[in-house]
Design a protein around this ligand. Sequence first.
Ligand SMILES: Cc1ncc(COP(=O)(O)O)c(C=O)c1O
Ligand SMILES: N[C@@H](CCOP(=O)(O)O)C(=O)O
Length: 464
Amino acid sequence: MDFISTRGTAPRLGFCDALLAGLARDGGLYLPESWPQFSAAEIRAMRGLSYPDLAIRVLSPFVDGEIDEATFARIVRDAYESFRHPAVCPLVQLDHDTFVLELFHGPTLAFKDVAMQLLARLMDHVLAERGERATIIGATSGDTGGAAIEAFAGRDQTDIFILFPEGRVSPVQQRQMTSSAEANVHALAMGGNFDDCQSIAKDLFNDHAFRDRVALSGVNSINWARVMAQIVYYFSSALTLGAPERPVSFTVPTGNFGDIFAGYAAKRMGLPIERLVIATNDNDILHRTLQSGTYEMQGVVATTSPSMDIQISSNFERLLFEACGRDASEVAGYMAGLKQSGAFTLEPSTLETIRGEFDAGRASMAEIDRTIATTLAETGYLLDPHTAAAVKVARETVSAAPMVILATAHPAKFPDAVQAAANKRPELPAWLGNLMEREERFTTLPSDTKMVKDYIERHSRALR
Ligand SMILES: Cc1ncc(COP(=O)(O)O)c(C=O)c1O
Ligand SMILES: N[C@@H](CCOP(=O)(O)O)C(=O)O
């Protein structure tokens, strides 16, 4: 299986090279050249598999033998050992046809752990086999950073540099990023917002001399392997609810569009999914795009669901590539428009294709608060603000199939917001110990690509 770029001019890569590449060299994002297919009989045969065994089954076509089967199976099993729930991603019933898919039972209490625990082990394995080191860059609005640091801390093959927007992440998220004592971890508190951090990370990839000098690799969902790992829980939850006989719909709290794109990928691989519903907070660029057909940047506002405070939704580019029939020149045109004027308008056929698969809705901060309070009162279930945005949007969506809402974070990551909404303070699990008392270690930098480059060159062990 080869992987190709959404912009059409980067080299095709095999799985291991795509894993280490992060962003493609033409600025695009890698996608499999074609979607692996599972027949109804093959999906039926997945029933009853443990989560790791299901992951091995669903992901093996992408790896395509580049990592031998036994080693890949060992890596996958090891990755999900760190989860605190035997089902890894359990499904909880909220009412007769609404379910919550809990993705927060990993070490940092957010869905990012599901992919990151696997990604770090895969990268470590490939780098060790090649006798190489890499510099890992990640931009975060709060959760990717903590999950990546947890997964990469202490690994000899990599140094990790995480850019987070200072003052715009929750105190728990910050402590998860800043309390590692490992020398290969570098938490960088940046001026600006997540989009500024993500734009610096992309600038680093687009400077090919720098990228090669430090052997740059990425852990954001621009890395195909991140999205790939997230496909598995769409299969696990749909199987629990009766796939392939019974279709399901999913509502996904969305920012960088990686998580919901994994749902789209699952559908393309044969999983019967009825609707994919995008839920945004006040930063509602995707909701507006589906309504008007124009993707138009507005300023990012800080909300109580900070991980979704995003306007440049990177993985939307992957969907555009799909929706326009994999026409890389159409995608490149949209991206050039975005760079030039902060907006682009979709071709009518591309918009129609997207609307054929996706719905979208938004939840304001007040609506998120109300949803947390009423869900607690009516069901006894305590939502985090991101999941609450999805619950609010799911409630407004018409779906003949059962609705699965992705619960992307544990409420205890956002205790102040949850307490203000529902008058109930969620406690961090005891196994996190004294997280909030641990000493913090981070470096503050202005939002400036050159300063980040200089910092990385001074601290990366992968320098060539
Ligand atoms: C808790 C939480 N929910 C939702 C999202 C949005 O996910 P995505 O960026 O994959 O759309 C994020 C960040 O990505 C998050 O951390
Ligand atoms: N919400 C994310 C933003 C980065 O998204 P990613 O999925 O591309 O890593 C975060 O919490 O950092």
